[in-house]
Design a protein around this ligand. Sequence first.
Ligand SMILES: [Zn+2]
Length: 603
Amino acid sequence: MALDAASQVSVGALSAIFDERNPQVQEPIVQCVQIKPLPPQPNHPERYRAVFSDITNYVQTMLATQANHFVTSGMLKKGCFVRLKSFQANSVKGKKILIILDLEVLQELGEAEKIGEPKPLENKSDVEEKPQPTTISSNGFYGSKIQPQRVESGVQPTRSPLASTHATIYPIEYISPFSNKWTIKARCTSKSTIKTWHNRNSEGRLFSVNLLDDSGEIRATGFNEQCDMLYDVFQEGGVYYISTPCRVQIAKKQFTNLNNDYEITFERGTVVEKAEDQSDVPQVRFNFTTVGDLQSVEKDTTIDVVGVLKEVGEISQIVSKSTNKPYDKRELTLVDSSGFSVRLTVWGTTALNFSATPESVIAFKGVKVSDFGGRSLSLLSSGSMTIDPDIEEAHRLKGWYDAQGRHETFSSHASMSSASSSAGKLDRFKTVAQIREEQLGMSDEAAYFSCRATVIYIKQDTICYPACLSQGCNKKVTELDPGQWRCESCDKTHLRPEYRYIMLINVSDHTGQLWLSCFDEVGRQLLGISADELMDMRQSESNLAGEVFQEANCRTWNFRCRAKLDHYGDQPRIRYQVSSAKAINYSEEASRLMNLIQSYNLS
Ligand SMILES: [Zn+2]
């Protein structure tokens, strides 16, 4: 059996794959001599590495994820023989790697011990030093110096430069740090404005584009020189050839709404040219949520939505509390056949240049769901907007609107759940530093926020006050004579008061410290006993009372707070009032932190 199989193997095919000067074997047959899963990474699909031998040589390969099933089904195993149907050759730091896109396990050849003594593919320096496919084309050339084509006598391919540059278009899906030489053909589905930054260490400018092809999407960013050079080249909606060198790295998911593990950074030599033929690259891809379904979408989720434009608001400006910069914004009202309407905010130049007329159909890609006013939407800077797109959903909506939608009335999510929206306001989570930087409570309106902080000090001299015992009064009473506690408010005298907490506590998180004031209910929670009991204890066993404070220190809580401007004489100052305190649920907290850490992709 093994001998039979050996006669089928395409001896020498592997080295030919990496050397264009040798005749290529179409769909070579090789033996699988090793399979290993790559170390798992959270949020990444499982990847497998396989080593294939053609008896003369062996080579490391990576299976593209769509070929994983050959491993998971048990078909591809050590010793078996396969036909490599589709693959991509790469060199990483002089190491040759094949990415296997598709293969066929030749079950009729069975399995065998490793045949022969295959050797690793050697680096042939002449192959290594061959110039990158030099990026020359007759039409539109951007981004890199034209390098003189090195002529190697007799072996120079006679294909035209354009054909050689774009001979193999690489699918976006396969771009990874393992692939170092590629050209993609992709549509620019959105382009950011130029952003500038300056901090202690550096300053500069950058812009990003989202790129789309049949296989997927990826985000690409150009810094400084590449920003200057490429910004005007890209037009939203245009199709481009983009060729290496480009840096590929793990995507920073907190800055993108694309579902790709990697992202690209343009480099000095990156070549971008507009494609003549734009037709074979898909348009923006949508995954629509209906307006009616928004209620069941969690806040902060990024979605796509299509609807009929019912109203267009005037342009207005808001000043961001976190950056102090003014932003232009415009509010739109969208409706669809679910019978619901929703408000959608567009920002910046999209707001300024907004020209769609009411009753147009607009498709939005990349809008963020917020729970302000029940449910509302905000177009992300990485998102895009297409007016009257030529897609089935849009035609269907147009038909529905003309036939009946124009005369319907629509429910807004706001009317359904005003309760959840006010709860949402309270849920805005802030660190101590954010509370100060954003000057929460400095305006006329009170600001609400949550913060998670640890009690580090409780001010003990004024911890509670003697309160009236009358139902619902709680006013402060004064002791006229022993056993004569007078309430001016309800004009009664009580034998004793009921002590109620009015505490100042100092809390801390990793960003700073803050004084919070608490009333009776929160005080009971923090100290674990009532103010009455505490006052009794102070009289009789003052050392025990001290322990109550000791116990309450260094505990961590989720505080819900209200920040409001108070005036003490001429001095305005912000008072932070705790409205409720909740003990930390460590398991919830751990999963929240896990999500946060994953969004930074530090693995
Ligand atoms: Zn009273």
